[in-house]
Design a protein around this ligand. Sequence first.
Ligand code: HEM
Length: 401
Amino acid sequence: MSTVDVPRGVPLDRPNPFDPSTSLAEIRATRPVSRMIFFPDEHLGWFVTDHGLARQVLADTRFSSASLTPRSPVDAPFLFNKVQKVPVDPGTFIRMDPPDHTRLRRKLTGVFTVRRMNELEDRVSQIVDLHLDAMESQPRPVDLVKHFALPIPSMVICELLGVPYEEREQFEARTRHMFSLSTKPEDRLSHMKAIQGFIAALAVGKRSDPADDLLSDLTRDEDLTDDELAGMGFLLLVAGHETTANMLGLGTFALLEHPEQAALLRSEPELMPKAVEELLRYLSVIHLGPRREAIEDIELAGHHIKKGEQVLISVPAANRDPAKFDDPDVLDVTRNATGHLAFGHGVHQCLGQQLARIEMRTAFDALLRRFPTLRLAVPAEEVPLRTDMGIYGVHSLPVTW
Ligand code: HEM
């Protein structure tokens, strides 16, 4: 294939709300590692759609998260798409390699263990009930995103970090702008800086008057600079609410459109842990990445990836790979979906995954029980989809019961 034939950008079109672009299946079957992406700056990158190869790239630290030239994989100014390098923000270890990444991530692994997260379960359950009570008292139809999917993870991460929940509108709106594919690079940067400034100011207060929360704990760590603390707080606050919120919104939509699966979960609630893994696999809300840059020449499945070239993993394609999952396009809450890549893989695998799982299990379970007749209040075609955002989901979900 000559470079003129190489398709531009990641296919984000969808045949329906839950399935990724049909062209992904064709690409995965015919050229699982492909010279597929022209970045808007004309960089010719690589696109990996096969599950096993995606896992291999994510496990290989020669594919760096740090030395990323700012490039957007879609024809949108979502990420910085100028060819100049931007320095990694201190503290945002999602964009660092070992040993810098290891040093910062290690400060948090004790907090995010399965045991520590399970201890939060009762509080998560209270937060879910609080929102279901409020939803029940609203005039119908109710927007499930506004009243359930977004505020639950937002409140949980605020309490964990020690961020005043009253401030949510400000950071939720900034996060929305940051992930919009039409936000200009300079505006995205200013939203990031504003959230970091907000965390930095909070940390000053916590240093003199610490409370029982994660940001207060981090202020006691003499090894961390103020900028690192602000960067880590920013990463946790943003990663901690936006992804889970989209899984709750889109996941509810998927259950409403697959009523036999919802009925199964109502009659056999013990299936919920499996159902959550299956929803993560089936929906793959991270539809634009992870992205890596080769720090040396690397052979991958017979392809020669040169130092400096970018590799984009398609989580939706990998999670629908028939070589890994039988009948991958079927939502089946009884299947064993272990091994999906919704939380990534390797050293950067999602730090908050146990928390996200607890939130999803608790929230879906309570929602299905509380509203046995929950249904869409508009035709499914009218639900606004987040094809215009870096993280997929629904903008709103009008429901009634
Ligand atoms: C990393 C997905 C929830 C915090 C990641 C990565 C993915 C991901 C794919 C890997 C990125 C990469 O390899 O470059 C998700 C999904 C979630 C979710 C689908 C919800 C369903 C959360 C929550 C938190 C969180 C609730 C925080 C409490 C993080 C952090 C990283 C990360 C800090 C960076 C880890 C590192 O670089 O070592 N997440 N996430 N995530 N996630 Fe999540």
